[in-house]
Write a protein that binds this ligand. Structure first.
Ligand code: SPV
Ligand code: MG
Length: 672
């Protein structure tokens, strides 16, 4: 690519600084001049041919530029009429030296490498603009409509942003603009030689595709006056000391990460925040690679000076503590669920004058494939089984929702809501005996055999990655239970919950309306111990479910059983209740916690649905299971649709209750 530097002007506003040299030779800190800095930056960016237009002090400029030993071909185009023409005429004269895409810049422009990189990487023609800087009094403004620059000028126009004369022009757009410049310069009208070249551009901008590149937060400024010179020199000397912050939550490092880290490190001293396991779990899934390993991986990338933990999706705590000059992020968070996080970052940066710098998000196909592979790993039994136990150590409360088919499994897996910059989703799935039986049109009395139940489990596991909690009913005979736990363990189930009932089991929500017998404490303890002894790993959790409150035996009995069951080896205790208020569950939880502060406590708020997660967590509950809501909500919807067809003799009314068929056929994407 060829660069065109316009350096013909006199720079009269610079006073004595331009009495014996052109403005582009004005000195900057570190022994540079504006021009030597530009030339070095262009060469570093890979530009090998640079056309410089000269005018005032042409010889001084030519000798100076040639003496710089720049590893690029320098071509000088002299504008002999520089006194009575504007740079539009220099561009006209330089046209014969140009071909293909070009970079166009004014010789008095000082910018940092990052801005040049953004311009060069832009996918189309582009101009440097700042959407947040105040509009300058005298300098360029660009009108942006629909993501395109439609006009550039110094007058105040609607929808305009501060702009700087740094462009990349594709071959096509260069030809369109320069042809109109040629018409201006050949018109014989003096006014067309003294106007801005952008006047010609504005007449043809509709035919061009020039997009803004936002340099907000970065140095890109013209030097027109000694005051500009002082301000820019000051900013330049402070560039190296800037502090920069970024955050990562990824399990893998791919080229996109290395690239954005390189760009961030070019802006200053880079601190990388690594999201803690708890933070990643809250919004995505338990990371496959733990925090300490992820921190180590990122600390070894060139450019990373410092690593700190970031304990939530929100940056605010770290920003307030570290007060970085710049936060770097990909521009993909301008929309979507991370938008509120970005808004908060902007607010906190605004509190102390920090800046946000966003780079275009790169959709790296390799990164996508790696991400898919990681997801596939999450679904493997050995990866899935232990995750519930880990989750229980890092999150309270853990939540699970029932699933009884591949489809409901997908709802449990994929349903998310975005709330104040965080994501809420279920952590696990509950394979309810009630819903599994109901979906087969059978009563919940341990009639559906283990083979059929395992088919449901496998169907769900095939299309999901989240931990599975299996409703083991009574666990059956102890002699049978030991085989059940091995089957579940091998399949990758994370927890089996067995209830302390014996004989013909009926659903607990019948309470004492039906005859149900609670198991003998010692017998049930033996079942738990036998199940624990049968396990090959310590990952599948056996949870003992206490039915004392369901059967009207009271909290004392429940507590006595809970302590006996944990002593027998239960990994967790589930307390069940069919009361319409959560009081008895909360009362039990508080008493249990006084005796046992660690064993996870599980509850199923079906009848006491008014209980909030916060309320249950505060009482000491660790795992909340929403045991039947998908089945209970689907059944009336299906029944209503069926009734509507019968009533109206048509599917027309029912259609509005249904998901569009175009959506249902795409609901389950085929694997690529
Ligand atoms: C289930 O979902 O099958 C349960 C919970 O065991 S309950 O229906 O409340 O008994
Ligand atoms: Mg059940």
């Amino acid at each position: 690519m060829t660069a065109l530097i316009l350096a013909s002007g006199k720079g009269t506003r610079m006073g004595s600084l331009t009495s014996d040299r052109p403005k582009c030779m004005t000195p900057l800190p570190d022994g540079d001049t504006i021009l030597s800095r530009q030339l070095r930056q262009l060469c570093n960016a890979g530009i090998t041919r640079i056309v410089i237009t000269t005018g005032a002090f042409a010889d001084v400029l030519t000798d100076y530029a040639s003496s710089l030993d720049i590893p690029a071909q320098l071509v000088f185009v002299h504008n002999p009429d520089f006194e009575r023409t504007n740079y539009i005429y220099s561009m006209f004269l330089a046209d014969k030296e140009l071909s293909g895409d070009i970079l166009l810049l004014h010789g008095d422009l000082v910018f940092e490498d990052t801005v040049l990189g953004m311009i060069l990487e832009a996918p189309a023609s582009t101009m440097a603009v700042s959407t947040t800087l105040p509009l300058p009094e005298k300098d360029f403004k660009a009108v942006i409509s629909d993501g395109h620059i439609s006009a550039v000028g110094i007058g105040f126009m609607e929808n305009s942003a501060a702009a700087q004369p740094l462009y990349k022009l594709t071959d096509r757009d260069r030809q369109i603009w320069f042809s109109r410049i040629a018409e201006y310069c050949r018109s014989g009208d003096d006014k067309k030689l003294t106007c801005y070249a952008e006047n010609a551009l504005n007449e043809v901008s509709g035919q061009c595709d020039i997009r803004p590149t936002d340099f907000t937060g970065l140095l890109c400024a013209e030097i027109d006056t000694p005051a500009d010179h002082a301000a820019v020199s000051d900013k330049l000397s402070r560039l190296r000391d800037r502090s920069v912050y970024m955050c990562f939550s990824s399990d893998v490092i791919h080229s996109g990460h290395v690239e954005i880290i390189r760009k961030a490190a070019a802006l200053g001293r880079l601190t990388v925040g690594i999201m803690t396991d708890e933070a990643v779990t809250a919004y995505r899934h338990l990371p496959l690679v733990p925090y300490s390993d992820r921190a180590l991986m990122f600390s070894n990338i060139t450019g990373v000076e410092n690593i700190v933990p970031q304990s939530s999706l929100s940056y605010s705590d770290n920003l307030r503590e570290l007060r970085p000059d710049i936060v770097v992020h990909g521009d993909d968070w301008r929309s979507g669920f991370q938008r509120p996080v970005r808004d908060e970052v902007m607010k906190v940066l605004g509190e102390y004058g920090g800046q946000l710098v966003e780079f275009p998000h790169s959709d790296d196909p390799c990164a996508h494939i790696t991400e898919q592979r990681m997801r596939a790993e999450l679904a493997l039994p050995d990866h899935r089984r232990g995750r519930l136990r880990k989750l229980l150590t890092m999150k309270r409360p853990v939540t699970a929702i029932e699933a009884h088919s591949g489809l409901t499994g997908l709802i449990a897996e994929n349903t998310r809501i975005y709330e104040n910059g965080t994501v809420r989703q279920f952590d696990a799935m509950w394979i309810s005996s009630l819903c599994d039986s109901t979906s087969r049109g059978k009563p919940d009395i341990e009639l559906v055999d283990l083979t059929s139940r395992m088919r449901t489990v496998n169907e769900i596991m095939e299309v999901t990655t989240k931990p599975v909690i299996f409703d083991g009913d009574t666990g059956g005979l102890t002699e049978h239970f030991v085989y059940t736990v091995r089957t579940l363990e091998r399949t990758g189930v994370s927890m089996v919950i067995i209830e302390d009932k014996t004989g013909l089991k009926k659903n607990s929500l019948f309470g004492t309306e039906v005859a149900q017998t609670q198991a003998d404490i010692q017998d049930f303890c033996r079942k738990i111990a036998a199940g624990k002894a049968a396990l090959k790993t310590d990952e599948l959790m056996i949870c003992a479910r206490i039915e004392s409150l369901i059967l009207g035996k009271g909290t004392d009995d429940a507590l006595k059983r809970a302590l006996a069951y944990t002593a027998a080896g239960a990994d967790a205790i589930m307390i069940h209740s069919r009361s319409s208020a959560p009081d008895e569950v909360i009362g039990f939880a508080e008493r249990f916690r006084r005796c046992d502060s660690t064993t996870p406590l599980v509850c199923v708020p079906t009848s006491y649905c008014t209980a909030t997660e916060e309320m249950l967590r505060d009482a000491g509950i660790d795992l909340i299971i929403y045991a039947n809501q998908l089945t209970r909500s689907a059944f009336p919807a299906m029944q209503k649709a069926a009734e509507s067809i019968l009533r109206t003799h048509s599917a027309s009314e029912c259609d509005s209750m249904c998901m569009p068929f175009k959506e249902i056929i795409r609901l389950i994407p085929e694997e690529e």
